[in-house]
Design a protein around this ligand. Sequence first.
Ligand code: C2E
Ligand code: MG
Ligand code: MG
Ligand code: MG
Length: 278
Amino acid sequence: YAAKCSGGRWRRYAAGLDEHTDEKARLGAELRAALDTGEFRLVYQPIVSLPSGDPRYVEALVRWQHPQRGFVSPAEFVPVTEENGLIVELGEWIMRTACSDFARWHAEHPATAPERISVNVSARQLAEPGLAAMVAAVLAETGMPAGRLIVEVTETAVFSGGVAVRAIEDLHALGVGIALDDFGTGHSSLGLLQTVPVDVLKVDKSFVDNVTMAGRHAVIAEALIRVSDGLGLSAVAEGVETAEQAAELHRLGYRLAQGYHFGKPAAEPTARRTAAVA
Ligand code: C2E
Ligand code: MG
Ligand code: MG
Ligand code: MG
C-alpha cells in the first residue's frame, strides 16, 4: 500500500502519525502534571423532575482548565487518561471531590441540597481491582450514605468483560446506585439489563433530539420508558434542549430529565425548592 504512494506523500503521512503520537504523549504528561498542580475542576449539572423542572439530583462532570490551551473538553482528555492509566488516580480524585462537595452542601443547606449525586466511572476504572474498596473508603471518609451516590457506567464499559460486571456488583452491594449512561447506543443494551444490577437508565440524547417528530426516535424513547417502568428502574432523558422535547418526554411518561433546557453544568448545583415553598 505504501508503495502506491509517492515517497513524499508516504513520508508526510508517517510524519503525521509520529506527530499524533508525540502530541498524545505530551498531552498525557501534561495531564499527569495537571493532577499534581490541581488544574482539574468538577462542575455539576442538574437532573430535574418533569414537568416541574425542579432540581433533584446532580451529575458531576470533570473540567480541565489548561494554563495555555484553555478549556479542554473531557471528551478529548478522558480517553487519553484511560489509555495511560491516569484515570484510576484522576477517578479517585473525582469521586472524593464529588462526595465531599455533596457532604458539604448537605451540611450547609440540608433542605435544598441535591438528593443524590451521579459520578461517571470509565471502563478502565471498572477493570482495575479495588474500585469498590476505593468508593467505600470515600463514603466512610465523607460520611455520605451509599444510597446517595449513583455510579454512571456506559454499556460499552460493562461489555468489556466479567471483571467489569463484578466491579458493578461490588458497588451495588455497598448500596450505591448503578446508572447505564448513553443507554441504547452501546452493545446489547437490553441484554445488559439481565446481567447487571441496574437502577437508572440514562436514555441517550440521540433518542431525545428528535422525540417531538413522529418517527423512530420517538418510538424508541417510548419503548425505553416502558422497559424502565416495567423493570422498576428510573429513566433519565439526557440532552433535553427545548421545552417541546421536555413536554413530549413527559407525555411519554418520563419523570426525570437532564439538559441545557433545564441547566448547564455549573460550579455549584441549583438549589432545590424547599417544601415550604411548594
Ligand atoms: P456523559 O456522562 O454522557 O455526560 C453528559 C454530557 O452531555 C456532558 O458533556 C454534558 O455537559 C453534556 N450535555 C448535557 N446536557 C446537554 C444538552 O442539552 N445538549 C448537549 N449538546 N450536551 C449536553 P461533557 O461534560 O463534555 O462530558 C462528556 C463526556 O465525558 C461525558 O458524557 C462522560 O462520558 C465523560 N466525562 C465527563 N466527566 C467525567 C468524569 O468525571 N469521569 C469520567 N470517567 N468521564 C467523564
Ligand atoms: Mg454521565
Ligand atoms: Mg450521559
Ligand atoms: Mg453522553
